[in-house]
Design a protein around this ligand. Structure first.
Ligand code: NAD
Length: 281
């Protein structure tokens, strides 16, 4: 039975996943190395809960219970849990190093779920002791609102681990969908050309950012590609583009754009840095 959940990384995804887990009644540790990011996550969660109270979506008691379930830390040794969900940067060696550090201090049955968007879960699992308890749990942005969770099993994942994350997703009021450990799983594979073709049109000067976004929204997409990339984070989206491209053996149609690379080099990461394809001051 899950009592304690530890979410690693308090950025765009980690803070939303931790809020969702705490609201579902789990004691939730949110671990982040960068203190200012950790402080920001705390303030953001408090604000979001207050907004829900004001909109009569939750009561003051619910808000207090959620906050009471949350423990914010930058101390790795606080990260003792039944389930660890890592939501740190999209970088395989960093994810593997963190999971291995946490495996040393946790019980051998602690489940390690990775929120990676594109890295092979098998690659992570095989680098970790007891790979049978490693699984993909791919939430969507914003994690508090989006229902879908892609659950990614590897050849090593045992049935108990799989059942545990499926049940856990449902307890968080999410819809788990089982996916194969294929590059980009399902959503990020299918969505790749949405971003890459839009960037190509920009490179070719065929249409402006605003025109592409407006037209795609008018055609029924909830957000245009540039608004969506700014929401995701251009560093994350570029890393996912590169990862899917490499894993599929560099097909020309999925070649990452130099525009994205430049955005990352300039620190224009989107909403999280207040600058991306748009400005958010
Ligand atoms: N942004 C999205 O829309 C989205 C959606 C689904 C999945 N994901 C995946 O979730 C993960 C996180 O993405 P994000 O957008 O939240 O990134 P982010 O850059 O907003 O946050 C990542 C955080 O991890 C922290 N961090 C880095 N190394 C750490 C470590 N060793 N220990 C603890 N914290 C560490 C960083 O300081 C940063 O605050 C990535 O794997 C990404 O692919 C992202």
């Amino acid at each position: 039975m899950i009592q304690t959940v530890c979410v690693c990384g308090a950025g765009t995804m980690g803070s939303g996943i931790a809020q969702t887990s705490a609201a579902a009644g789990f004691y939730t540790i949110l671990f982040e190395l960068n203190e200012s990011v950790l402080d920001k996550a705390k303030t953001t969660i408090e604000k979001k809960l207050q907004t829900l109270v004001e909109k009569n979506k939750i009561s003051e008691t619910d808000k207090a219970a959620t906050l009471n379930n949350l423990h914010f830390t930058n101390d790795l040794y606080d990260c003792l849990a039944n389930v660890v969900i890592e939501a740190i940067v999209e970088d395989a060696p960093k994810k593997i190093a963190l999971i291995n550090q946490l495996a040393e201090i946790n019980h051998s049955e602690t489940v390690f779920a990775t929120n990676t968007s594109s890295i092979s879960v098998t690659q992570i699992a095989t680098a970790v002791k007891n790979p049978e308890r490693v699984v993909g749990m791919h939430f969507f942005n914003p994690a508090t609102l989006m229902k879908l969770v892609e659950v990614v099993a590897t050849d090593f994942t045992n049935p108990q681990t799989l059942q545990l994350v499926i049940d856990f997703s449902k307890q968080m009021n999410k819809t788990p969908v089982l996916c194969k450990d294929a590059p980009g799983f399902i959503v990020n594979r299918v969505a790749r050309p949405f971003y890459i073709e839009s960037l190509r049109m920009l490179e070719e000067n065929s249409a402006s950012i605003f025109t592409i976004d407006s037209i795609m929204e008018a055609s029924g997409f909830r957000m245009g590609p540039f608004k969506l990339m700014d929401l995701i984070g251009n560093d994350i989206n570029y890393a996912v583009s590169c990862s899917v491209y490499q894993q599929l053996h560099n097909p020309e149609r999925l070649k990452p754009s130099f525009i994205q690379k430049e955005k990352v080099a300039n620190g224009e990461l989107g909403k999280k840095t207040k600058r991306g394809y748009y400005q958010y001051d």
